[in-house]
Write a protein that binds this ligand. Structure first.
Ligand SMILES: [Zn+2]
Length: 145
């Protein structure tokens, strides 16, 4: 059942909002007696959680779980909009430093878990099509093969 959110200005000029159930989305109302400003809209509760919402009743009250958001009685999952928070999936790259055998420069070999890509700063990486001995070694350490 859709939730109707009904707002109007009371005699003090303050917005009053009520939410209630109406069997259809076509909510016909007689605006007389509600003042000059009336807004009627369909309401959906927003559920900000990684887990999908579920409805729980406890001591005569209705909640959206998880999170204990109290809602009006009769709320169903159709009245709840699931907003998943963006997961921060920034994994730090694995960095291995290997000294060059010839001139003592440090080569930096990186594995980026986000993209699964490897990179190396040694000159051999170009010749080997991004598959130099450092990357091969690191790949074995990361994947075990
Ligand atoms: Zn390399």
């Amino acid at each position: 059942m859709p939730i109707i959110e009904f707002s109007n200005l009371n005699k003090y000029g303050n917005i009053r909002t009520r939410r209630f159930y109406h069997p259809t989305t076509n909510y016909g109302l007689n605006p007389e007696g509600f003042g000059p400003w009336v807004v009627v809209k369909l309401h959906k509760y927003e559920h900000n959680h990684v887990l999908p919402p579920c409805i729980m009743k406890l001591s005569g009250k209705t909640y959206i779980m998880p999170g204990f958001q109290e809602v009006i009685e009769g709320t169903t999952l159709n009245d709840v909009k699931h907003i998943k928070p963006k997961l921060k999936k920034r994994t730090k790259p694995i960095v291995v430093q290997t000294p060059s055998s010839t001139d003592g420069i440090m080569y930096e070999t990186k594995y980026h878990p986000d993209s699964g890509r490897y990179a190396c700063t040694c000159p051999g990486v170009w010749r080997s099509n991004n598959n130099c001995k450092h990357i091969k070694k690191l790949r074995i350490e990361v994947n075990g093969k």
